[in-house]
Design a protein around this ligand. Sequence first.
Ligand SMILES: [Zn+2]
Length: 679
Amino acid sequence: MNLIPKILFTALSVVAIAACQQKEETTTRTSFFDKSGMDTTVSPGDDFFTYANGKWVKETKIPDDQTGWGSFNTLYEENLQKTKSILIEAAASDAKAGSIEQKVGDFYASGLDTTTIDKLGYEPLKAELAKIEAIKDYKEALNYLAASPGNPGGKFIGYYVGADDRQSTINRINFGQAGLSLPEKDYYTKTDESTKKIRAAFLNYAAKLFTLVGVDSLSAKTKANTILTFETTLAQSHKEQADLRDPVANYNKFAVADLTKQMPNLNWRALLNTMKLINVDSVLVGQPGYYKALDKALPTVPISELKDKLIFDLLDENARLLSEPFEKARYEFYGRTLYGQPKQADRWKRVTQFVDRGLGEALGQLWVKKYFPAEAKERMLTLVNNLQKVYRERIEKLDWMAPETKKVALVKLDRFVKKIGYPDKWKDYSDVTIKRDDFYGNVQQTYIHHVKEDFAKINKPVDRAEWMMTPPTVNAYANPTNNEIVFPAGILQFPFFDKDADDAINYGAIGMVIGHEMTHLFDDQGRQYDANGNLRDWWTKADAERFNTKTQAVVNQYNNFTVLDNLHLNGRLTLGENLADLGGITLAYQAFKLTKQGQGTEKIDGFTPDQRFFLGFAQVWRTKVRDESLRVRVATDPHSPDKFRVNGPLTNFAPFYAAFNVKPGQKLYKPEVQQAKVW
Ligand SMILES: [Zn+2]
C-alpha cells in the first residue's frame, strides 16, 4: 500500500515499542540540552552528530524490547504511559455502554485478557480457514478475498482511498502493488548473508504457523517453500522503492471496463462488485505491472498452493490477536530476526497500539483533554507563521527561479493549511461494538469500521478537515493533495518543543521539523502539486531543469554515505526527505535569527546562540538503531538514518560552518560552490 502523506520519520519497527518505565508526569525542566551526552573529543567539523551526541551514543544501551532508541522513542514512551493511564482509568470505570470510555476501556481490557485469548487458540480463525478449504479455483479465491469484510482483497490487493492527485477535491480508490511478506522486492533475490538468513527464518516462520494449525512438519515445510516461491514471482513485478516516488509515473487512471478487458483473470468488475463497489466505474492503479503479473500468475498456480498462500496470509495477519504460540512465532520472525529486537515488548504496549490504531480519535479525545494545553497550540501557530514568512522571503529572493514560477509558488505557500494538535471535529465510532472478552472480534470491528468509512468516501468530495495521524502520535506530515502540514499533539513536547526552553532550542528542534514539513510541499514530489493540491506542472521548463540539477547534487551526496560495512544510502529513495531536512534547517535558522536571542550573543551552557541552535537540532535526531533494523531502513525507508539527517544538511549550510569554525580539510567541509542550496 502506498503512503500518501510525507511523514517526518518512519517508526523504527512494526512490532517494537519502548521498554523503560517512566514517571507519568514530568517535572518542570530546567535544562534543555544534554551537555553530558556530547563527545567533545570529536571535532564538530568532522562529525557534528557524534560531537553533539557521541557520549550518549556510546553509553546508551538500546532496551531489549526496542529496535532502536533515541529522542523519538523517549517521547513516544512518555506518551504511551499517558495513554495507558487513560486506558486503565477507562477500563476501571463503570462507563455507559457505547460511550467512548467504555469502548477504549473494554478494548484495552480484552487485549490484556490473555487467559481467554490463550484458551481460544486459533478458534477465531476457524470459520475463515473452513472457507479457504472449500475454495475450488482461483476465481473463488479472488471472490473470497474481495468479500472479506475486515480486509477485502487480503494481502493480494493493496489499496487506499484518498484524494485523486489530478482532481484533489475528489476521493478515489487507488490500488497499489502488494502480496509480499518481506519488506521489499530485493529481499527475495539478494544473496548476501543477512538476506539469506532472513529468507531462511521466513521459511521457518511460515512452517511454524502451519504446524500450529495442525499440519505435520514435513508438509508445513513444503507449504512454506511454496509461499516463498510464489511471493518471489510476485516480487519480480514490483517496482523499486525509489521508483514509487514519481507521482506522474504512479498515477494511472483506468475505466473498470478497460481493466477487466486487460486483466480478464482478475476480472476487476467482479472484484469491485464483490467489494460492494458496484457504482465505481473508474479507479486509479499505482503500479499496473503488479496486477498484470498477478493476472497472469493466478491461473498457473495449483489451487492447493494458492490456498496455502491464503491460509498463510490469514495466520500472519492475525497472529498477534491469537494465543501465545502464534504471537510469539510472529515476533520471532519480524521482531527478532528482521529488526534484531531481542525481547518482545510488554503486552500492554502492544494492546495500546491496537486501541490507538482502531479507535484513534475516540482515545485521542480523552488524550488531548488531559494532556494537551491550549497554549501549546497558540505558540506552535506563531512558530509556523514565522517560518512561513521566512519561506516567502526566500522564494522572493531565489536567483534560479523565474518570476512567473515564483508567483505560483507564493500562492501555494500562502495557502498552506496548518493543522496543530488535534482535529476540529472527531470521528464517530458508533457503529463499533466493543466487548470486554473478545479481543479478536474487537480488532475486526475496527477494521470493518475503517473499510466502511473508506469505501463511503470513494468518488465523494474530500473532507479537508480529516487527519491521517492520531493525536498522541510522535510524528508530523505534509500532504500535497491538501496543501497542508500537520503536527499532532504528541510531538509538541520536549525535546521537540517546550514552552520554557529558549528559542535556540525550540527553533533548532520543532522549528526545523516545521521547516521540514513545509519544504516537503516543494520537494521533488511536492513541487509537482499546485496550490489546490492538484498534480499539475506549473513550472517553466528552465526552472524545472535548474531544480533537477540542484537536487541531483543532493542525490549524489547521499549516495556516497556508507551506513554499514559496504551498505550505501540510496540517494534517490531518500531525496525528498533529504531536501526537507536541508530546507528545514535553513528556514528554522533564518526564523531563529529574527528572535531576540538569535540576534544576541549571550551564551547558555557555554554555547553561543547559533551553536545552541545546531546542538538543539542534533539532539532531536540522536538515535541508536540496531544493525538489522538499519538494513531494513536503508532498503525501504525514504528517511536517511539519523546521523545523516544531521551531518547531511549541515555539510551544505554556511551558518553552521561559521558557528563551529569549520575549515577546509575537515570531513563536513565543502567549498561553497559545491554546497547544495535549493530553497
Ligand atoms: Zn519528511
